[in-house]
Design a binder for this molecule. Structure first.
Ligand code: HEM
Length: 433
C-alpha cells in the first residue's frame, strides 16, 4: 500500500481504491485513516501531531474522484460537527460508502439497508426512535439497578480474591459485569451472556480488521444474534415481563411507533453497545490507573473519588475513539472546504487530548475539574446508555479500589483489540500480593 499525503509530516496510508462494481474481494475499511494514524498501543502522540500539523485533514483515496474522507482532531471541530445538523449520522448516504456497499461486512450492510438503528438515523426518525427507547430506559429503571450491580460486583470480586496468583481483569471482571447487567435489563437470560459476548466480539472484530475469515465469523455471529433476539422478542410479545424488550414492545403497540426491524435493530444496538464499551472502560481505565500508582493510591485512599475518576478515564483513554458523519452540503472549516457527501471521521480520542481545552492532557488526573470530555459523544446522538455506563463503572472502580489496593500489573504491554474505534485490551493480568 502506498503511503502518501499532501504533508510530509504525516504518514498516512491512502484508502485502498474503491472496488469495481460487484467485486467483494477486499473489505472496505471506513476507519482506515484512524487505524493508520497511530499505533494501537498508544495512538495519542500521532493524534497530537495530526492535530497540530493538519487539524482538518483530507485523506486521499486512490482512484476515487468523488467526495472522500476527512479526519478532524481538534476538540472544537469534533464538538461542532456532532451538534451541526449540516452533517448526517447516516453513513450510508456518502457516495464512497454507497460505492463500496458490497465490501462492507454483512451486519453493517444490513444495518445500513434494512435494520437501521437510531445510531445512523437523523431527525425526525432518530427523534422518534430515541424517545421511544428513552421511555423504557428511564433513570428510575437504571437507578433501581444500583443494588443489583453492587451485588454482582461483590460476587465477582469474591471470586477474584480467591485467585491468589492473580487474575485476568478483563475475563474475570470487566467482561461479565456489563454483559450480565445489559442482559438482565433487556430480559435476556444472564446465563447466556458468554454466548452473546462471543457474537458481539466477532462482530466488532469485523469492523476492526480486513481479514476475510473475520468477516465470515462476523456474518455467522450476526445471524445467530439476530435469530436469538427475534426469538426473545417473540417470547416477550406472547408473555411480557418487567424488562426493556417488553417495555419497547408495549411502546410499539401503543403508538405503532416502532417497526419490527427497528425494534430488532434497537435491541441489537443496546446489547452490543451495552457491554463492549463498558468492558473497555473498566479495562482501559484499570490499566491507566495501575500504570500511575500515585493515582491508584489516591483512589484507594478515597474510593469516593470513583465518580470523577470515571470521567477522567473516559477522557484519558476512552472506549469509543471516533465516530463518523457525512457532510450534507459543502462546509468550510478554516481555509478548507469539506465537499458535500464527504465522510467526516471525528476523532474523540484526539479531541479529549486537545491542550486548548485540557491542561496537561496526557496526564491522568482523577480529580480533574472541569472535565468536558467527549467520551460519550455530544448533542443529538449523545450516548443513551451514559447513566448506566457511569453507574456500572463508578461502582466497579470504587469496589476495585476498596478491595484490591495491592493490585499491580503483571502485564506491562497488554494486547490491544485490532480496532481503532472501539478501543480495548484482550486481557490484563493483575497481581494481588
Ligand atoms: C463507557 C461506555 C460507553 C461509551 C464510552 C459510549 C460511547 C458512546 C458514544 C461516543 C456515542 C455517540 C456515537 C455517535 O455520535 O455517533 C454513543 C451512542 C450510543 N450509546 Fe453508548 N457508550 C457507552 C455505553 C453504552 C451503554 C451501556 C449503552 C446501552 C445500554 C449505550 C447505548 C448507546 C446508544 C443506544 C447510542 C446511540 C444514541 C443515539 O444515536 O442517539 N452506550 N455511545
Amino acid at each position: 500500500m502506498s503511503f502518501a499525503t499532501s504533508t510530509s509530516e504525516i504518514d498516512l496510508p491512502e484508502h485502498p481504491p474503491p472496488s469495481s462494481a460487484g467485486s467483494s474481494s477486499s473489505q472496505f475499511d471506513l476507519f482506515l485513516p484512524l487505524r493508520s494514524a497511530g499505533n494501537l498501543d498508544d495512538p495519542y502522540p500521532m493524534y497530537g501531531v495530526i492535530r497540530t500539523v493538519r487539524p482538518v485533514l483530507e485523506v486521499p483515496i486512490e482512484g476515487w474522484n468523488g467526495p472522500g474522507t476527512w479526519l478532524l482532531t481538534r476538540y472544537r471541530d469534533v464538538r461542532e460537527v456532532l451538534r451541526d445538523h449540516r452533517y448526517s449520522a447516516d453513513r450510508t448516504s456518502a457516495p464512497f460508502v454507497k460505492h463500496n456497499m458490497d465490501r462492507l461486512p454483512d451486519f453493517l450492510r444490513q444495518a445500513a439497508q434494512g435494520r437501521r438503528s437510531m445510531l445512523i438515523q437523523d431527525p425526525p426518525d432518530h427523534t422518534r426512535l430515541r424517545k421511544l427507547v428513552n421511555q423504557a430506559f428511564t433513570r428510575r429503571r437504571i437507578e433501581a439497578l444500583r443494588g443489583h450491580i453492587e451485588d454482582l460486583v461483590r460476587d465477582l470480586l469474591d471470586d477474584v480474591e480467591r485467585k491468589l496468583e492473580g487474575f485476568d481483569l478483563i475475563h474475570d471482571f470487566a467482561e461479565p459485569l456489563p454483559a450480565i447487567v445489559i442482559a438482565e435489563l433487556l430480559g435476556v437470560p444472564p446465563e447466556d451472556h458468554r454466548k452473546f459476548r462471543g457474537w458481539s466480539s466477532r462482530l466488532i472484530r469485523a469492523v476492526g480488521t480486513a481479514q476475510d475469515s473475520d468477516r465470515e465469523a462476523a456474518s455467522e455471529a450476526n445471524t445467530a444474534l439476530i435469530d436469538y433476539l427475534a426469538r426473545t422478542i417473540a417470547a416477550r410479545r406472547a408473555e411480557p415481563k418487567d424488562d426493556l424488550i417488553s417495555a419497547m414492545i408495549a411502546a410499539q403497540e401503543e403508538r405503532d411507533a416502532l417497526t419490527e426491524d427497528e425494534l430488532l435493530a434497537t435491541a441489537n444496538l443496546l446489547l452490543i453497545a451495552g457491554h463492549e464499551t463498558t468492558t473497555n472502560l473498566i479495562g482501559n481505565g484499570m490499566l491507566a490507573l495501575l500504570r500511575e500508582p500515585e493515582q491508584w493510591k489516591r483512589l484507594c485512599d478515597d474510593p469516593t473519588l470513583a465518580t470523577s475518576a470515571v470521567e477522567e478515564l473516559l477522557r484519558f483513554d476512552g472506549p469509543v475513539q471516533a465516530t463518523v458523519r457525512v457532510a450534507k452540503e459543502d462546509i468550510a472549516i478554516d481555509d478548507k472546504v469539506i465537499p458535500e457527501g464527504s465522510l467526516v471521521l471525528v476523532s474523540i480520542g484526539a479531541a479529549n487530548h486537545d491542550p486548548e481545552v485540557f491542561d496537561e492532557p496526557d496526564r491522568l488526573d482523577i480529580t480533574r475539574d472541569p472535565n468536558p470530555h467527549l467520551g460519550f459523544g455530544f448533542a443529538t446522538h449523545f450516548c443513551l446508555g451514559a447513566p448506566l455506563a457511569r453507574l456500572e463503572a463508578e461502582i466497579a472502580f470504587r469496589e476495585l479500589a476498596r478491595r484490591l489496593p495491592n493490585a499491580q500489573l503483571l502485564t506491562e504491554d497488554p494486547t490491544y483489540r485490532e480496532n481503532p474505534v472501539l478501543r480495548g485490551i484482550e486481557g490484563l493480568e493483575v497481581g494481588l500480593q
